[in-house]
Design a protein around this ligand. Structure first.
Ligand SMILES: [Mg+2]
Length: 386
């Protein structure tokens, strides 16, 4: 008895003698040989799972970089081989999918997100080379790790398979131990790729985020706003923009310190976020200034949203040890419509002008840009946005 557990006789199995061969030695279990058949040592009780590879990239906390099971497709027209390999792959802790032809394998690819494919070459309907050719041409599965397992063992076959996108080539008859080792190599590569993608996504997220408040930052806002402005302009959809600024925020910093000022910014941000609609795009534009892009929203409705934001911020109470206090915000609102084609820059400027007007009129209020509000430099410089 080997470490796989007791041996199982397959006396009643009917399979072609030339389809695979078996040995009683675990380490030498071979599949795909043309030698006659006797008995198989089956992995009735699979050995304990190996420890997962150490985390590929430090400081990348991702489940896929640890021990999440991978999705493995076994493609072989020989049912006995499929089932035997499937048992082994399941024993490694992975999810298994089966296909008997290249065409079925393509179907599985469409249905599931697969990581590794163990691919026979000689199959009816569509052979393994044709499967590789289609996968390569479609460009939909660039990270698929394909291990060819074939009795075709010429140099030309191996080169052809690898050039068609396979990442490994194992000739039949192969030992289960070797196949397992090749799958482990595939596992490492797949997990590295996943960890890299997750790290890339994290970096992209961090590049979009304002670190203090968790809202989008100005750069991301302007990128998204540009896309939305083009869409609105093309399809004649209304699009509004709100600029908001905390009134006299410098006094908050001067009186309570910058650390407490940061706390105020965070709390105001959360309040604004909670009172925006789900598809509004809100960002910290800089300092104590915030922007909200409102899709499919006309000027009057955007003013309603801005008024809601203003009231929500005013209702906040900050409990500093020296005593509670409140802050207020001023808002400027502008809207783009097909009748007045303009640029995103113009829209930003208009909302900013309306914000200046709100400051000028006494703060803690909402002003809309109507086209006739041309704030003179003298007026703007006289009030500032503090
Ligand atoms: Mg075959």
């Amino acid at each position: 008895m080997g470490r796989w557990g007791k041996s199982v006789e397959l006396r009643h199995c009917h399979f072609p003698l030339d389809s695979f061969a078996l040995t009683v030695k675990d380490e030498a279990q071979q599949i795909g040989s043309t030698v006659g058949t006797m008995a198989i040592k089956q992995p009735v009780s699979p050995p304990p799972l190996p420890q997962p590879p150490s985390q590929p990239l430090q400081d990348v906390p991702s489940p896929s970089a640890e021990k999440a099971p991978l999705d493995v497709l076994i493609v072989d027209d020989d049912q006995t081989i499929r089932e035997m390999v499937a048992r082994m792959v399941r024993g490694m802790g992975h999810a298994v999918y089966l296909a008997a032809t290249g065409r079925e394998a393509l179907q599985r690819l469409q249905e599931h997100t697969l990581d590794i494919v163990l691919l026979d070459i000689m199959m009816p309907e569509m052979d393994g080379f044709e499967f590789c050719r289609i996968v390569q041409a479609e460009k939909k599965w660039p990270d698929l790790h394909i291990i060819i397992t074939s009795a075709r063992d010429t140099l030309e076959d191996k080169v052809k398979g690898l050039e068609l996108g396979a990442t490994d080539y194992l000739t039949k008859p192969f030992s289960m131990t070797e196949l397992k080792a090749r799958i482990r190599v595939g596992e490492r590569i797949v997990r590295y790729r996943k960890a890299l993608k997750e790290q890339q996504a994290l970096l992209e997220y961090m590049a979009r985020e304002d670190k203090l408040t968790g809202l989008y930052n100005r750069r991301h806002f302007e990128e998204r706003a540009q896309e939305e402005w083009l869409r609105a302009h093309r399809y004649y959809h209304p699009l509004s923009l709100v600029f908001g600024d905390i009134d006299h925020f410098k006094k908050v910093n001067d009186r309570y310190g910058h650390a407490y000022g940061d706390k105020v910014l965070k709390e105001v941000s959360q309040t604004l976020l909670q009172h925006c609609r789900s598809n509004d795009l809100i960002a910290r534009y800089g300092g104590e200034e915030f922007t909200v892009l409102l899709l499919e929203t006309r000027l009057e409705d955007a003013c309603v949203v801005a008024e809601r934001l203003r009231a929500a911020v005013k209702a906040l109470t900050f409990t500093h040890p020296s005593g509670p206090f409140q802050v207020t915000m001023s808002f400027g609102v502008a809207c783009v419509s097909s009748e007045e084609p303009q640029s995103l820059t113009a829209l930003l400027e208009e909302a900013d002008k309306a914000l200046y007007m709100a400051k000028h009129k006494g703060r803690n209020r909402v002003e809309q840009y109507t086209g006739s509000q041309l704030i003179t430099p003298a007026l703007a410089s006289g009030t500032g946005k503090a």
